[in-house]
Design a protein around this ligand. Structure first.
Ligand code: GLA
Length: 405
């Protein structure tokens, strides 16, 4: 009897373990990098644009710098067919999604698509509600590699249930697909979504400005600084395979070069997904220099996978640290004000212990070499303090590397 009970319990455990779906592992050891159509093109997308973007991702060097996902956002949809399978808009995507995915793959890129857990998307197109398994199958059949899953028209659906359902549907469809939750942080996904998705939006939408709020009745969109402030307290929830997502980049969409540099630097310090949102077919030299700076990207893509921390706010300046591999740190000073500011760095003031990485900067007994990642110059080491000037809405970003004794 005892043996039968034991055998039954064992069988149950094995079966339950096998049946329980899991997200695909190994797709997001570092934050995803790519491009998405929404910030620049909103609903004005078609296959010609997407093919042009694919070409530009290769020609501009973006693909080789790590930006591999080409993600279609809202409004690619047509209707469901008689069996309920979603089809693309036949006017905008006459060649179909499989052909588009093949083209994207032929360029060495991966393809992303967008849907919504509710009955309709935010742009009023068909949502996946009631069609989750069917949609996942369709995406897998087309060769999709990334799904952004939005939260409009969800009425009183439970967020954890809805996102877990889609995770299971993606798993059942059998193709490894990066799962990007876009639930705006309403149900605190950082507390429960590490096993559900590869990243989760932490806030409402980004607005293309550095320091403002775009307020509407019932909802708002937020500038770069506002989104940055909303990341407070979330860093301990992120790590390899599961990232906080403070929304897509607005770099190259009209803010000043200083602001673009600060925005990009801070998203790197946050270990955020780096999803571009500008027209990469036509970029200024300044924009290219920012988004293609490999040493800055390396801060974001560092294998340690630990989000940066804000150590100090003082006189309109913020001092951020991010632990990196091999004992390195990224150190970023952000000027939130519109005026240039000077500050004197006394390294001993930054003797900090980071609870998340369990690392200590230890400027008393360690010396670090300083490399300025935007000027690309070596700037001595931390044995001596230094005085710096940071332009308005700009950053200074260093990589600190311990000097071997
Ligand atoms: C929501 C999302 C955005 C974008 C739009 C599309 O607002 O948060 O990122 O996908 O929907 O309609």
């Amino acid at each position: 009897m005892k043996f039968r009970t034991f055998a039954f319990a064992l069988l149950y455990t094995v079966c339950a373990g096998t049946l329980q779906a899991q997200k695909y592992e190994g797709l997001a050891d570092t934050p995803p990098m790519g491009w998405n159509s929404w910030n620049k093109f909103a609903c004005n997308i078609d296959e010609q644009l997407i093919r042009g973007i694919a070409d530009a991702m290769v020609e501009s060097g973006l693909r080789d710098a790590g930006y591999i996902y080409l993600n279609l956002d809202d409004c690619w949809h047509g209707q469901r067919d008689s069996l309920g399978f979603i089809q693309p808009d036949p006017v905008r995507f006459p060649s179909g999604m499989k052909a588009l995915a093949d083209y994207i793959h032929s360029k060495g890129l991966k393809m992303g698509i967008y849907s919504d857990a509710g009955r309709t998307t935010c742009g009023g197109r068909p949502g996946s509600y009631g069609h989750e398994y069917q949609d996942a199958l369709q995406y897998a059949k087309w060769g999709v590699d990334y799904l952004k899953y939005d939260w409009c028209a969800t009425e009183d659906i439970n967020a954890k249930g809805a996102y877990t359902l889609m995770r299971d549907a993606l798993r059942a469809a059998g193709r490894p697909i990066y799962f990007s939750m876009c639930e705006w942080g309403t149900a605190k996904p950082w507390e429960w979504a590490a096993d559900v998705a590869h990243s989760w939006r932490t806030t409402g939408d980004i607005f293309n400005c550095f320091d403002c709020v775009d307020q509407h009745p019932g909802w708002a969109a937020y500038g770069v600084l506002q989104i940055l402030d909303m990341q407070e307290g979330l860093r301990k929830y992120a790590g390899p395979g599961h990232w906080n997502d403070p929304d897509m980049l607005e770099v190259g969409n009209g803010q000043t070069v200083n602001e673009d540099r600060a925005h990009f630097s801070m998203w790197c310090m946050l270990a955020a997904p780096l999803i571009l949102g500008n027209d990469i077919r036509n970029m200024s030299a300044e924009t290219q220099e920012i988004i293609l700076n490999k040493e800055v990207i390396a801060i974001n893509q560092d294998k340690t996978g630990i989000q940066g921390l804000r150590f100090l706010r003082e006189d309109g300046l913020e001092y951020w640290f991010k632990p990196l591999t091999d004992g390195d740190w990224a150190f970023c000073i952000l000027n939130r004000t519109t005026e240039a500011k000077s500050c004197t760095i006394d390294w001993q003031r930054f003797n900090l212990y980071d609870e998340v990485s369990k690392r200590f900067t230890d400027f008393d007994s360690k010396t670090y070499r300083l490399r300025n990642l935007w000027t690309k110059k070596e700037e001595g080491d931390t044995r001596k303090g230094r005085t710096l000037t940071i332009s308005g809405h700009d950053v200074v970003l260093y990589r600190l590397t311990p000097v071997k004794k």
